[in-house]
Ligand binder design. Structure first.
Ligand SMILES: [Zn+2]
Length: 401
């Protein structure tokens, strides 16, 4: 940790630029305590590591500041400098006794409080969620900045994003897309990942922007106003081709079996299975699978002119969530949305593709408009994938990344 107090109550914060001797005079002549548990701490004065405080006994302190890495300490100091340069009132590791939390940086701005957490390591999800809830209860806005070490980029616009990382997505305002903010103290760059569109439980298409600290302000981070952009079509199609040729083999046995028994192997689902939609971030199960399930269960068995209802699909989907067949993601910052939005949005895309149409203007009932084409082989399937996406793209107002 970077902040301690003296017995007389004076705060010693190592983010301030101390003269070495000045600091040594204080720490050698006074007892230095942890602001949270009031136990004695000592100044660690390594030549290589950043100077920091450490408890003599870790028994009674659970604020989680003990095992900070060098990477974390460096980032915390740089983020502090970044905020100070913008003229903010910042407190380092301020102890909040009511909720027993010590956020990395505590910012007060225009009468509002923000707890900025620089999260480099993976901790228990429940601890992170508890922290978020505690801040909100105290009217403090949590701002999660992920360590740049967590950014896993597998190609230009494809990322591995874990369920834990998504818990730290910053809150979404109406009409803007969910985003993750990263900071890397080694390269001194911020990175904003947005328009996250999952292809599989951990593989996401997303857009990414890098900034040096002077190009990005704190207010821009708490009010990210990026619009959703659908993924690059060619990259998405390439991934689908890979899925149809071999990745489908890795799908869960029970899922493969269900499709196979209904006479439609996963690799030969119609081109309308697995189309990108923003709200499908809610569903952890592969979009090819859950969308394919909707087609197979509710649309393919019907004739042109027959009716399906959203309620019927959603109820059946919910049952499958309960029995673990489909998995839903936890995204605390999407409090005004729900995974049912993904199902409705998918039906609306099918409507745009001319597969179904609204039944007499009723929002939740649809009439089958055309018969779906079931491909005979993977080559044909890939052609249908392409035609489907091209048609959606033509209809779409969103620019392609
Ligand atoms: Zn302590």
């Amino acid at each position: 940790m970077l902040t301690a107090i003296t017995e007389s109550g004076r705060t010693i914060s190592l983010v301030e630029k101390w003269g070495k001797q000045e600091l040594l005079n204080i720490t050698e002549n006074e007892r230095i305590l942890c602001p949270a548990c009031k136990e004695k701490v000592q100044l660690k004065k390594g030549n290589k590591r950043i100077w920091h405080f450490a408890h003599l006994s870790k028994l009674n302190c659970d604020t989680g500041l003990e095992s900070e890495s060098e990477y974390h300490l460096k980032g915390k100091i740089q983020l502090y400098d970044w905020l100070i340069t913008q003229g903010f009132n910042v407190e380092v590791e301020k102890y909040l006794p009511k909720i027993k939390q010590r956020p990395d940086l505590f910012v007060t701005w225009k009468g509002r409080h923000y707890a900025l957490e620089f999260q480099c390591s993976t901790i228990e999800s429940t601890i992170l969620l508890k922290r978020t809830t505690a801040y909100l209860r105290e009217n403090i806005t949590p701002v999660w900045i992920l360590g740049g070490n967590r950014l896993k980029r597998s190609s230009e616009n494809i990322f591995k994003i874990t369920a834990f990382d998504l818990l730290m997505a910053n809150s979404k305002h109406k009409n803007t897309t969910l985003s993750l903010v990263y900071y890397c103290p080694a390269t001194m760059r911020f990175c904003i990942v947005s328009s996250m569109t999952p292809f599989s439980p951990q593989t996401f298409f997303a857009s990414v922007d890098f900034f040096i600290p002077s190009q990005l302000s704190f207010s821009e981070i708490i009010n990210i106003s990026k619009k959703y952009m659908i993924p690059n079509i060619d990259a998405w199609l390439l991934m689908k081709r890979r899925y149809r040729t071999n990745s489908y083999l890795f799908a869960d046995h029970s899922i493969k079996k269900m499709f196979y028994e209904k006479g439609l192997p996963l690799c030969l689902l119609p081109g309308e299975a697995g189309i990108p939609i923003e709200s499908m971030i809610w569903i952890r199960t592969e979009p090819v699978i859950w969308q394919g399930w909707i087609l197979l269960t509710f649309i393919l068995p019907l004739k042109v002119g027959e009716i399906i209802s959203f309620q019927e699909i959603f109820q059946s989907f919910k049952t499958n969530v309960k029995r673990g067949f489909f998995v839903i993601r936890q995204i605390p910052s999407l409090s005004d949305s729900h995974y049912s939005f993904a199902i409705m949005d998918y039906l609306l895309q099918l409507e745009r593709l001319g597969v179904i149409e609204k039944d007499g203007g009723k929002r939740s009932r649809f009439r089958i408009q055309t018969e779906l084409i079931v491909p005979k082989n993977v080559e044909e399937a890939c052609k249908l994938d392409k035609m489907t996406l091209m048609r959606l793209n033509k209809e779409s107002n969103n620019k392609i990344m």
